[in-house]
Ligand binder design. Structure first.
Ligand SMILES: [Zn+2]
Length: 151
């Protein structure tokens, strides 16, 4: 019996690639992964799922790399095919202090996103503020203290 764990893996991969290419039809996404363009679709029918995953990864390498989330500081992978691993994802809409990012000049709803792995967060906790909000306003701020996993 084929491993059922392959199904969510394929679906997550397909979802990521398809969301990055919403104009393609499902059959186009799959047919693009034929072993060679000259071959015909019966080859696709008998293609094992692991081989299909390999083809998806080869054909859509650029899209997958764009979706790869690595730690801003150390380059450790913090997102795999399906889940966030040991890291935190930050989404910034900008402020008036940056000379390199100005979302108003970009004329749209633009954000920058970075991920930081838990190890880097712990190592640089002195540079992280923890803010508590009440009704949309900052209520209190303090230095971030990582949770103790062993507590
Ligand atoms: Zn890191």
């Amino acid at each position: 019996m084929r491993d059922p764990k392959r199904i969510p893996r394929i679906l997550k991969l397909l979802e990521k690639i398809w969301l990055d290419n919403p104009d393609l039809r499902l059959a186009q996404l799959i047919v693009n992964c034929r072993p060679t363009v000259a071959e015909t679709c019966p080859d696709l029918y008998y293609l094992e799922d692991d081989d299909l995953i390999t083809r998806f990864e080869e054909v859509y390498k650029k899209e997958i790399e764009n979706l790869s989330l690595k730690c801003f500081k150390c380059d450790k992978e913090i997102f795999d095919d399906t889940d966030f691993l040991d890291g935190t994802w930050f989404d910034a809409s900008g402020n008036y202090g940056s000379a390199v990012f100005d979302p108003i000049a970009d004329k749209g709803d633009v954000t920058l996103q970075i991920g930081i792995c838990d190890d880097c967060m712990k190592a640089h906790k002195d540079k992280v503020l923890r803010s508590e909000y009440v009704r949309g306003a900052v209520w209190s701020q303090e230095r971030f203290e990582p949770r103790d996993e062993n507590a």
